[in-house]
Ligand binder design. Structure first.
Ligand code: PLP
Length: 383
């Protein structure tokens, strides 16, 4: 497929590959765990064992690398498997930095697993106006090996300037990896902004239908760090099943359609509830007065994503009561599917969470936006 074609075209046709010998426009699912060795001991087809790589990954990995503008991509058994591989590919004694407000399970893993394992982990306050000053001050040139970013960041959608953070990281000799799950390649391309690796919980927008747990990494360069990441995937077996890889590629064909619609609907929902008398705040980088708006306008194009959070007046009890009244939104964890979800994050994340207790996270799906607004209005009116 011509490299100059738009990402939407490449995604819709999954790079336009046709599969021989039957000329299928959809790839088959390859179930084999192992591959034949020639009498001379070589592997003429290039693959040895499916814990290393399965042909069912090829098209999704190639498509993702293309959409992200990377040189290589790897699928993983989950977003957490992909994210933790970036840290496990480092060495005990290395220093890493991560944002304070981020996907909670990864923050917890950094504290409860990576730290005892031997990484020195520092957090910077990615909601503060001076977040880059704090990042710069805490970088340890020569020792900091990885700066992790998540933008927009769960669940307040704080925005970090990827290009500026990448320049700081590079000056200190560190790599930069970005959890771009919420932005997706449709809205942001972190590698073009200076990132080394992009991570996705492919469970979310890439898959898009709440039916596959998957993760992905894309790299700017196939270097020694990337080879270590590949080794981590293989050695701990953090691989995706062939059927899941197939489902993921099927989902990715409609990625642009979904993300554009979800971003437009999220913008509409966010704007509608600004200044609502039952709310303390609406958190969405697409709002003109959002602290991250100026940077988001620079590094996101085509929309600001499908995730909105609202903070309900009266605290956690009122937030839970509003969630209980919602009928169109489904109360469930996760995000990025075609159906709208609501979640009270603080109660999921537990006592160490920095998430405000009055916050409800809304994952906007592809329903008629008016139905979502009416559902939220009736729920807030009832509390
Ligand atoms: N990163 C973000 C931003 C997420 O929202 C999630 C899951 O909610 C993850 C990473 C982890 O992904 P998974 O659940 O696929 O392991």
């Amino acid at each position: 497929m011509a490299p100059s074609l738009h990402g939407a075209t490449k995604a819709a046709q999954a790079l336009g590959r046709i599969h021989e010998p039957h000329g299928e426009v959809i790839p088959p699912i390859h179930l084999a765990t192992t591959y034949e060795r020639a009498p001379d001991g070589s592997y003429p087809h290039g693959r040895v064992y499916s814990r290393d790589a399965n042909p069912s990954y090829d098209q999704a990995e190639a498509l993702l690398a293309d959409l992200e503008g990377g040189s290589n991509a790897l699928l993983f058994g989950s977003g957490m498997a992909a994210a933790t591989a970036c840290f496990l590919a480092l060495k005990p004694g290395d220093h890493v930095m991560a944002p304070r407000m981020m996907y909670w399970a990864l923050r917890r893993w950094l504290v409860e697993f990576a730290t005892p394992w031997g990484l020195a982990v520092d957090f910077f306050d990615n909601e503060a106006p001076g977040q880059l000053d704090e990042l710069k001050a805490k970088l340890r040139p020569g020792t900091t090996r990885l700066v992790w970013l998540e933008t927009p960041a769960n669940p307040t959608w704080a925005v970090t300037d990827i290009a500026a953070a990448a320049a700081l990281a590079r000056a200190a000799g560190a790599r930069i990896a970005v959890d771009s799950t919420v932005a997706t390649p449709v809205l942001t391309q972190p590698l073009a902004l200076g990132a080394d690796v992009v991570m996705h919980s492919a469970t979310k927008y890439l898959g898009g239908h709440s039916d596959v747990i998957a993760g992905a990494l894309t790299t700017a360069r196939d270097d020694e760090y990337w080879q270590r990441i590949r080794y981590v995937r293989n050695s701990i077996g953090a691989v995706l099943g062939p059927f899941e890889a197939w489902l993921l590629l099927r989902g990715m064909r409609t990625l642009y359609l979904r993300v554009r619609a979800q971003s437009a609907a999220a913008q509409r929902v966010a704007e509608h509830f600004v200044g609502h008398d039952k709310l303390v705040a609406v958190l969405y980088p697409g709002l003109g007065n959002d602290p991250g708006h100026a940077v988001a306008r620079r590094q996101m194009s085509g929309g600001f994503g499908g995730m909105v959070s609202i903070r309900v007046k009266g605290g956690a009890g009122k937030a839970m009561a509003a969630a209980a009244r919602l009928a169109v939104f489904k109360r469930a964890t996760s995000l990025g599917g075609v159906e709208s979800l609501v979640e009270h994050r603080a109660s999921i994340e537990g006592p160490t969470s920095p998430c405000p207790p009055d916050l409800l996270r809304l994952s906007i799906g592809i329903e008629e936006p008016r139905d979502l607004i009416d559902d939220l209005e009736q729920a807030l009116a009832a509390i």
